[in-house]
Design a protein around this ligand. Structure first.
Ligand code: SDX
Length: 428
């Protein structure tokens, strides 16, 4: 029996119906509030506000639970692969063998990018941050594939756009990486699976022997799966609101890439490794940095800690931490920042400030250490976050368009000056 709330305001009683989701989350539907009372709600940062109803991802911040389409992240990280999880997120079901092969084949057929884009990449300053370039390149794809911008595209046309982005983002990311290293671009290979091809484009060098390490491919699969979707986070909400204006999927994803770049969001994995390197350079005194993180007069925050929703361990952090140990051992990497990270985590988890605020390691805390062990430059960590999050952004954009959601347009409370008369400049 659905509950309803009664709001009594200025002597008037307003009934607000409630909604309960399949995981028993509850919401008050306030869509009639303004018409009935003249009031809007105010919730800066949307900390307590639902923007949509979605069947894609569920997370329970108190229990540290994350499910994609009802499957636990632990099962998927252990047993699935990134392309299969992408299919699950976008289409709602795990693919049959035939569906998986068709999906894989259609994405492989889209690995190539126009030569003109390669020329543009080679003209970009090598030190440019790749997230800014990638946001531009993804939007630029609409110039070469105008069919991806059709407003009311058919399901088949949307499918073609989806596989175009899934096929081209790894190539664009790898091309940017090679360019930043001053190395020749490595072409995609249709004979390799998605992650092996990406690893080869990123870490092999033209003219030099290179063996694709299955440990690296497995780590890549796991990391991309763990980043694939996460409810209405900042970048996904950006993709949805841009898409709600009926902007194309490429332009909505481009906006999502820009949001993810923020150091409070996806940019945190780069910020974590820079923080750990700073602590190492400063002599490894983790207690000093913990004190800085707690000092309200210090802007320093413990990057990779805390989360808007998780008030328990981020389940992804647990999986990545375990993978971190395995991968560094398998690669024979002994990185001192790993022990600094573990020391910092131990101290923070025992510190009252962090305990009181339920601040735990999040997905970004350990991922940067693995990326660094794979030889990646820190500014490319967030590029891999974007590569992982692409299926989630795509699934959420598709769900929003299929639900015919209205254009997103929040209200505000005006607090500026009122009723002022214009004064000629000579009299001001
Ligand atoms: C991601 O939404 C998602 O799902 C995101 C993500 C995804 O998959 O899409 O999970 C990926 O973005 C993970 C988060 C990565 N960001 C970081 O690691 C940056 C460091 N973390 C913080 O900036 C912060 O924890 C946020 C931004 C993640 C969450 O901020 P909130 O929810 O707005 O919390 P808040 O800033 O209101 O903090 C509450 C209290 C404050 O102290 P008081 O004012 O109560 O005294 O906790 C403190 C904050 O100062 N606090 C921290 C802290 N995080 C919060 N203090 C020190 N270090 C931190 N990291």
């Amino acid at each position: 029996m659905s509950q309803e709330a009664e709001l009594i305001i200025e002597g008037k009683s307003i009934k607000l119906p409630s909604i309960e989701g399949t995981e028993h989350e509850k919401a008050l539907d306030i869509s009639a509030l303004r018409a009935q009372s003249g009031y809007v709600t105010l919730d800066i940062g949307y900390k307590n506000t639902g923007a949509t109803q979605s069947a894609i991802t569920f997370l329970d911040g108190e229990k540290g639970i994350l499910h994609y389409r009802g499957y636990s992240i632990e099962q998927l990280a252990e047993k699935s692969n990134f392309l299969e999880v992408a299919y699950l997120l976008i289409y709602g079901e795990l693919p049959t063998k035939a569906q998986y092969e068709e999906f894989n084949k259609s994405i492989t057929a889209e690995y190539q990018v126009p030569d003109a884009i390669k020329t543009i990449i080679k003209a970009i300053p090598k030190e440019a941050h790749p997230m800014g370039v990638l946001a531009g390149l993804i939007s630029m794809l609409t110039s070469y594939y105008p069919e991806t911008t059709v407003e009311n595209a058919s399901a088949d046309e949307v499918k073609k756009t989806i596989v175009k982005l899934l096929g081209k983002l790894p190539t664009l990311s790898a091309y940017l990486y090679k360019h930043s290293l001053g190395q020749e671009l490595v072409e995609p290979r249709a004979d390799l699976d998605y992650c092996s091809n990406f690893v080869n484009m990123m870490f092999s060098e033209k003219g030099k022997a290179y063996t694709i390490n299955p440990v690296v491919v497995d780590a890549m699969n796991k990391l991309l799966i763990l980043h694939a979707d996460h409810e209405q986070n900042c970048s996904t909400s950006t993709v949805r609101i841009v898409g709600s204006a009926h902007a194309s999927l490429p332009s909505s994803v481009s906006a999502g890439i820009s949001a993810l770049w923020g150091p409070l969001h996806g940019g945190a994995n780069q910020a974590v490794i820079e923080m750990l390197e700073d602590i190492k350079k400063d002599g490894g005194d983790t207690k000093k940095f913990l004190a800085k993180a707690k000092d309200k007069n210090d802007t320093f925050r413990l990057m990779g800690f805390g989360h808007r929703v998780y008030k328990n361990f981020d389940p992804r952090a647990k999986i990545i931490k375990k993978a971190c140990d395995e991968i560094l051992k398998a690669l024979g990497v002994n990185d001192p920042v790993l022990s600094i990270a573990k020391g910092l985590e131990e101290e923070a988890l025992a510190d009252q400030y962090f305990v009181d605020r339920k601040l735990y390691p999040n997905v970004d805390f350990y991922s940067g250490i693995i990326y660094k062990a794979l030889g990646l430059k820190a500014e490319f960590f967030t590029v891999l976050f974007a590569l992982g999050r692409l299926p989630g952004w795509t699934a959420q954009w598709k769900e929003m368009r299929e639900a015919n959601e209205p254009i997103g347009r929040p209200r505000q409370i005006y607090t500026g000056k009122v009723d002022r008369e214009y004064v000629e400049i000579s009299k001001r």
